[in-house]
Design a protein. Structure first.
Length: 256
């Protein structure tokens, strides 16, 4: 038995908010499948009724795993396709096939941009402000990361629901991979600024030969090589700050 196929804005907003808990029931077996079903349940209860609702819920308990931000366009588009399917319309691709085809590319783009670039960049800016004694550095870190992430969650969900298959074109127009590539250059600049700040603050009263200034050249070359090798920016930041901290303590020991 089929229910009404029209989802109200109230139900859609409920689904979008539920998606914030997509990974709350993450599991090793099928990853985000329970979170996906929990997210879309308000819509499914509107679209399907009775035993058909049970069958559709079981179908969506299959394996699903993607980036939690870019999973929202997939969820929105899947809901639209479920509506079309319940009305008996012919689908170019089944809902399950669409989910599987989209999950991998969205995971790659989302992980690279949000976790591999935006989060380390936000953390680096926050560390710089923290070293300067700014008490709002933690708040700034949360804003720099969460405002784009949450904004793209909701934007992606509504775009997916309105566009169904055409969400692929919209995701390509965002060019997240190119943006991540450019932001990594900014991240290197910020890391360089942090290094200079720590070095100046720690060695400001220490009389050193000018030769020590040239010693930074191998470090810069090493960082450039690590970036080209794809080493995590966050790992480089932690390693660089640790080396500087050890170096400053060694200088103090030698001076004593």
């Amino acid at each position: 038995m089929k229910g009404s196929q029209n989802l109200s804005k109230k139900i859609l907003w409920c689904i979008a908010l539920r998606a914030l808990l997509l990974q709350a029931s993450w599991n090793f077996g099928r990853m985000q499948n329970l979170g996906f079903l929990f997210t879309v349940m308000p819509g499914f209860r509107r679209i399907y009724k009775g035993r058909q609702l049970q069958r559709e819920c079981r179908r969506h308990l299959s394996y699903f795993n993607s980036n939690p931000v870019l999973a929202l366009p997939i969820i929105g588009a899947s809901l639209r396709l479920e509506e079309q399917k319940s009305r008996g319309e012919d689908l170019i691709m089944g809902v399950d096939d669409f989910k599987s085809a989209m999950a991998g590319p969205c995971a790659a783009m989302g992980d690279s941009f949000f976790w591999g670039t935006l989060r380390p960049l936000a953390a680096s800016v926050a560390v710089w402000l923290a070293l300067a004694g700014n008490a709002w550095s933690v708040v700034l870190f949360l804003l720099l990361y969460n405002v784009p992430a949450i904004g793209l969650r909701f934007c992606g969900f509504w775009q997916g629901y309105r566009r169904d298959y055409k969400i692929v074109d919209k995701l390509q127009s965002w060019r997240l991979s190119d943006l991540a590539y450019r932001l990594r250059f900014l991240l290197v600049v910020v890391l360089g600024g942090i290094s200079a700040w720590v070095a100046f603050d720690g060695l400001g009263h220490v009389q050193l030969s000018v030769v020590w200034g040239w010693s930074i050249v191998p470090v810069v070359l090493l960082i450039g090589w690590l970036v080209r090798r794809g080493v995590s920016s966050l790992a480089m930041l932690i390693g660089l700050v640790s080396l500087l901290w050890i170096g400053l303590h060694l200088c103090n020991i030698v001076r004593l």
